[in-house]
Design a protein around this ligand. Structure first.
Ligand SMILES: C[S@@+](CC[C@H](N)C(=O)[O-])C[C@H]1O[C@@H](n2cnc3c(N)ncnc32)[C@H](O)[C@@H]1O
Length: 209
């Protein structure tokens, strides 16, 4: 399977909208978390079984991974989980997905692709335009989580998010783990790899003000 796809390819301009939440989740009123770049969805499968009091949506640009995740969904009933294929940067261009933003309590960007070369930075998932959209549309007090083992990418993400005056970096003491989408600190696959290799993890949380 391809490890990287070019998110700027025209294949990812058209995306299917996510159906209304009451058609997707058993309880659409639960707090909603969006995981961007969810890969095969292992992290979300685990979260959704452990935290029945949250709904989870994963977005992933590699279609095969989402097809496999959806097959896995058929083997067991997950009442609080949904996967969507596509480029997260174009996700909210669809008018129906735009409505979803109102319901989102938090978004995570876990170990996004670094796209190291400068000429490829425009392929990174965190872009000013995307952050600008989120800053104008997310509900007040909703959260953005960023996590990576690449310091340069971390600095870039921090800079891009902090350019928006509507996001404030959350101090550790202000963060309530038990109320968050991941109270058990479940690790993503990349996170497990990074920790097992004793590499450093850089992370921040931003709150919409
Ligand atoms: C390094 S992997 C990390 C996967 C997972 N979050 C983890 O922590 O193990 C980054 C993932 O983001 C996906 N991705 C990259 N750009 C994306 C985009 N614009 N929209 C959605 N997914 C994207 C990649 O295909 C890949 O599966």
């Amino acid at each position: 399977m391809r490890q990287h796809v070019n998110p700027l390819s025209k294949n990812f301009f058209e995306l299917d909208p996510i159906p209304p939440l009451n058609e997707v989740f058993e309880n659409p009123k639960l707090p909603l978390h969006l995981d961007i770049g969810c890969a095969a969805g292992d992290f979300l499968f685990e979260l959704s079984l452990k935290n029945k009091n949250w709904n989870y949506i994963g977005i992933e640009i590699r279609e095969k991974l989402i097809l496999n995740a959806n097959l896995k969904m058929k083997n067991r009933e997950y009442k609080n989980l949904y996967f969507s294929f596509g480029n997260a940067n174009n996700f909210f261009d669809h008018s129906k997905n735009k409505l979803l933003i109102d319901s989102i309590n938090s978004i995570s960007f876990n170990f996004p692709d670094p796209w190291f070369k400068k000429k490829h930075h425009k392929r990174r998932v965190i872009q000013s335009k995307f952050i600008n959209f989120l800053s104008n549309s997310m509900q007040k007090r909703s959260l953005i989580f960023i996590k990576t083992d690449v310091k340069e990418l971390f600095n870039y993400m921090e800079l891009t998010i902090s350019e928006s005056i509507k996001f404030k970096k959350l101090a550790n003491k202000e963060f309530r783990l038990n109320d968050s989408f991941n109270p058990n600190k479940i690790q993503t696959n990349r996170e497990k790899y990074v920790l097992s290799n004793q590499l450093k993890i850089y992370e921040s949380i931003y709150i919409k003000i």
